[in-house]
Design a protein around this ligand. Structure first.
Ligand SMILES: [Zn+2]
Length: 370
């Protein structure tokens, strides 16, 4: 799947120590101090947008509390325990995706497992990602464990949507709010990685990529991956603009023609071609949302030219396209795309989300939210 190749840099450059985590010093310093002074908590809550370092910090923390020669707060990376815990599937660091393990039975099973002491380490650390996805009964079960955790257990709950957590859970945790990164911080991350990768990049290009990442290291590096694949080792401002720039009107018209004609195969093929052309799909999804809105303006407003800033020949095509659909369907296109705005920020696969949105427009059914 395209997603994996687009996260190559993100995976490769995951920070291994607290010092390597960028833009979250208010958190990493506190955690390092807690470890050095032996005053750690047994339940942490990490909140913030996706791709800002929550899971990375959780994994570093899991090694740091167990490290045998921890002198700085960070894991040394050299001792037996550090090496052991770095292996995927080590029994002492358990990562649970609450999106797919959200039932009460999953948490009951977890409660059984926490009775077992760590093996070859001091602490067993449970990292529960996207914890807001748990069902109400699962939260209740989790709460019981959080109230009386065994000495050797540490929970780290991570979420992009803290407002969905019950207050009883939040109050049991020591909470850390991860920030979005500044363009400057993201630019520095990019500069460092490009240097190590031997990729040449113009400073203007770096700034543009950093700005497009909208505060997320993960998004920034995913965009850097697609631009690097497109420009092959030498990244110019023009190349970045080409990949990130607004989608041309013809492509949007073609996309919506297929939706209007309920041509599902055609839509999926077109999304595949757009992805393969190196175009960033998040940008395309945002442009598609705007196009749906523009069509509604063409359909319902007396003088759309006063509202839409489009060349005359393009406007004519928009008006003609809007004429082919009734108001109700246009409104549902717009709502479907508008409702995805938050998800676009958080989704792991923009392509899958974009496909679901197109299918929802065609079938008239809502996108299934998990
Ligand atoms: Zn160590």
């Amino acid at each position: 799947m395209a997603m994996s190749s687009h996260l190559a840099l993100y995976r490769k450059y995951r920070p291994q120590t607290f010092e390597e985590v960028v833009g979250q010093e208010h958190i990493t310093k506190t955690l390092a101090n807690q470890i050095l002074s032996g005053k750690i908590s047994h339940a942490y809550l990490f909140t913030g947008s996706r791709g800002v370092g929550k899971t990375s910090v959780a994994k570093i923390f899991a090694r740091a509390v167990n490290c045998e020669n921890n002198t700085t707060g960070s894991p040394c990376g050299e001792c037996e325990v550090c090496k052991k815990l770095k292996q995927a599937n080590d029994v002492n660091v358990v990562e649970i995706d609450a999106a797919s393990n959200n039932r009460v039975d999953d948490i009951r099973e977890l409660r059984e497992k926490v009775k077992f002491a760590p093996i070859g380490a001091k602490y067993k650390v449970y990292i529960i990602d996207e914890v807001h996805m748990l069902s109400d009964s699962a939260f209740n079960a989790l709460l019981k464990t959080l109230e009386e955790p065994p000495e050797y257990i540490i929970f780290i709950l991570a979420t992009t949507e803290v407002h969905k957590l019950p207050a009883t859970i939040i109050s049991r945790c020591s909470r850390f709010d991860f920030r979005l990164l500044s363009i400057d911080s993201l630019s520095k991350v990019l500069e460092g990685i490009f240097k190590q990768e031997g990729i040449e990049a113009e400073m203007d290009a770096i700034k543009l990529i950093a700005a497009a990442g909208e505060g997320s290291v993960r998004d920034t590096l995913s965009i850097a991956d697609s631009i690097n694949a497109y420009s092959g080792g030498h990244i110019t401002k023009e190349a970045v603009m080409k990949v990130l720039g607004t989608t041309d009107h013809e492509l949007l018209l073609e996309f919506f023609d297929k939706i209007i004609d309920k041509d599902l195969g055609g839509v999926l093929t077109l999304i595949n071609n757009i992805d393969a052309s190196g175009k960033n799909l998040s940008v395309f999804a945002k442009d598609a949302a705007k196009h749906a809105r523009d069509l509604l303006v063409c359909k319902t407003c007396l003088r759309p030219s006063e509202i839409l800033n489009l060349p005359d020949d393009v406007l004519k095509k928009y008006v003609a396209q809007a004429e082919r659909v009734d108001d109700k369907r246009l409104i549902s296109y717009m709502q479907t795309f508008a409702s995805s705005e938050a998800e676009l920020r958080y989704t792991l696969s923009t392509r899958l989300l974009l496909e679901s949105l197109a299918i929802a427009c065609i079938t008239g059914e809502e996108v299934k939210k998990n």
